[in-house]
Design a protein around this ligand. Structure first.
Ligand SMILES: C[S@@+](CC[C@H](N)C(=O)[O-])C[C@H]1O[C@@H](n2cnc3c(N)ncnc32)[C@H](O)[C@@H]1O
Length: 319
């Protein structure tokens, strides 16, 4: 294309022509058509306009959007009450292509997933799994590798007895990006249910999160340290190991009258509270017949008599 000496497009021309071509795309083709019909030699002004338009189009053309790579968000669903979900957790749920969730995640929370989101129940129950951990890892990687935005939804906080590291390792090994959205753990929800602090000045300056049993069986801990007066522990998956824990603590000098409180289905409509002592723990627990997830708060009693009422007593009061 012939160009007069000294001809150069100024930035203001570029933006002006970009605006023109954006609004009137047919102008560009009309000019091209005229130039072809009449010959470039006799159409210097047209050539200049076309040259400017071509550069303007190139300067403003948006690069084609790249497909989003697959990603995994490890999200804490909290203890069950949807009101205890974080805003970040809700956003992740609503923008996910696939949600892979545990058994403890409530139906109320799953209902918040976006329309068209695939929900996959991997039904983990404590340390016993109905889907093997290796299969869960493979499922997460499979969906993310296909480009899906995956939410791995776990009850409570994903970093508390949630086998988070194994799933992160699987993502790392497959080169898949991930991030963690923390959630409210059962210990926090249970303490709230009984109106107590997990730590208190002058009582306990540390808090232990224990599991009643691990993959090897009943889990061993520093029982001597826990048996000291004023100590507090939140015991996860502690129902089956109650007698073992009681025996170990008493053996290491714990006061048999130490308060112990169990909170079943903390934060959910069917929440129940059992206030007992270390001495009476196994017997009261057996009579209580808890079938839902329950957290044992060792060293804490409900703040007042009202919260210590059993479910039956609460029903009688409401009647
Ligand atoms: C595998 S652990 C998972 C803990 C979870 N990541 C958390 O942060 O709460 C499962 C145990 O958590 C406790 N748990 C979970 N949700 C609970 C709830 N709503 N009420 C009481 N205990 C709960 C129970 O001890 C249950 O056996």
């Amino acid at each position: 294309m012939e160009r007069p000496a000294g001809f150069a497009a100024k930035p203001e021309h570029i933006s002006l022509f970009a605006g023109v071509t954006g609004k009137y795309p047919e102008l560009f083709s009309i000019l091209q058509e005229s130039q072809r019909a009449t010959g470039a030699a006799t159409m210097k002004p047209l050539s200049r306009i076309l040259s400017l338009l071509t550069r303007a189009n190139a300067a403003t053309a948006k690069p084609a959007a790249l497909p989003r790579p697959g990603h995994v968000a490890f999200v804490g669903a909290g203890p069950g009450d949807a009101g205890l979900l974080t805003v970040k957790a809700l956003n992740a749920l609503q923008s996910a292509d696939v949600v892979i969730h545990d058994r403890l995640v409530s139906a109320e929370i799953l209902a918040l997933a976006g329309r068209g989101t695939a929900l996959i129940d991997v039904g983990k129950q404590g340390f016993g799994t109905s889907t093997a951990q290796s299969e869960i890892n493979a499922l997460i990687v499979h969906h993310a590798a296909r480009g899906s935005q995956v939410v791995r939804l776990k009850g409570g906080d994903p970093s508390v007895f949630g086998r988070l590291d194994e799933e992160i390792d699987a993502c790392d090994a497959a080169g898949i990006g991930w991030h963690v959205v923390p959630g409210i753990t059962a210990a926090s929800a249970s303490a709230a249910a009984i109106g107590q602090s997990l730590t208190k000045r002058g009582r306990n300056s540390s808090l232990r999160l224990l599991t009643g049993h691990d993959m090897q069986g009943f889990a061993d801990h520093d029982w001597r340290a826990l048996a000291r007066p004023g100590e507090v522990a939140a015991i996860y998956m502690g129902k089956a190991s109650a007698r073992f824990v009681q025996g170990r603590l008493i053996m290491h000098g714990a006061d048999r009258a130490t308060p112990v409180t169990l909170v079943e289905n903390a934060s959910r409509p069917d929440q129940r509270i059992l206030a007992t002592t270390l001495e009476r723990l196994p017997a009261d627990l057996a009579a209580w017949q808890a079938s839902g997830p329950a957290l044992t708060l060792f060293g804490l009693a409900p703040r007042d008599a009202a919260t210590a009422l059993t479910e039956i007593e609460q029903k009688q009061e409401l009647a």
